[in-house]
Design a protein around this ligand. Structure first.
Ligand code: PGA
Length: 247
């Protein structure tokens, strides 16, 4: 079964969240989704979304967590334990917007993923090259380095998700071609397989301008186990069309 996660980023409010989750729940009730669905709203909406999603086969995830276990003096941070307490099953870590805007290194992303696992969350670990890196032929090396540096050691025994999101495709309307996606996902699959036989299957998501009209083709590529969706996750009809494209 594929996995489709919606990253709302810094969008939405209480009214929007109520309407969107109700709409998605109604679609799920009418026809059970072809994939597992995760909603990642801004942190302050998590308890509300988790309550509305409960029992509806909709999972909830955070968009980031602290690398600190806490509790403690870490102003502005939210711990993986708190996300779990708010009703999350997943958390996105290492999104390119955090790597770029907040200087998050692979080591920090790995620490966050470790906290997530320790708190009982499944981390969705994001990797992806910039346009410059792709144009200079470094995309595979960059992504391999990010995977090697960001994946916790315990990923050998615990479930982690990797999301390949080329930075140049995020929010731009420019999607990687199915050939690009197939090639990169094959590289990541081989790298993860090389970690050793005890690794549980690692779902590989593609993210970057996934829309209803390109989802089916992207999701049909080998080693593509789902999608991480930004903009299109804010509209129930579009998000559900992507979920259904996995059928
Ligand atoms: P996008 O965002 O679908 O709006 O390109 C994807 C993401 O940032 O996860």
């Amino acid at each position: 079964m594929k996995l489709v996660a919606g990253n709302w980023k810094m969008n939405g409010d209480k009214a929007m969240a109520q309407a969107l989750v109700a709409d998605l729940a109604a679609r799920q009730a009418a026809k059970r989704a072809a994939s597992a669905v995760v909603l990642c709203p801004p942190a302050y909406l998590l308890p509300q979304v988790a309550a509305a999603a409960a029992g509806k086969r909709l999972n909830v995830g955070g968009q980031d967590c602290s690398a600190e276990a806490g509790p403690g003096a870490f102003t502005g941070e939210i711990s993986a334990t708190m996300l779990r307490d708010a009703g999350c099953d997943y958390v996105i870590v290492g999104h390119s917007e955090r790597r770029a805007r907040h200087g998050e290194s692979d080591a920090l992303v790995r620490a966050k993923a470790e906290r997530a696992l320790a708190a009982g969350l499944i981390p969705i670990i994001c990797v992806g090259e910039t346009l410059e890196q792709r144009q200079s032929g470094d995309a595979v090396a960059v992504v391999r380095r990010q995977v090697a540096g960001s994946l916790p050691d315990s990923a050998r025994q615990q479930v982690v998700v990797i999301a390949y999101e080329p930075v140049w495709a995020i929010g731009t309307g420019k999607t990687a071609t199915p050939d690009d996606v197939r090639a990169m996902h094959g590289e990541i699959r081989a790298q993860v397989a090389g970690l050793g036989p005890q690794v549980p299957p690692v779902p590989l998501l593609y993210g970057g301008s996934v829309k209803p009209d390109n989802a089916a083709e992207l999701m049909a590529q080998p080693n593509v186990d789902g999608a991480l969706v930004g903009g299109a996750s804010l509209k129930a009809a579009d998000f559900w069309a992507i979920v259904e494209a996995c059928r």
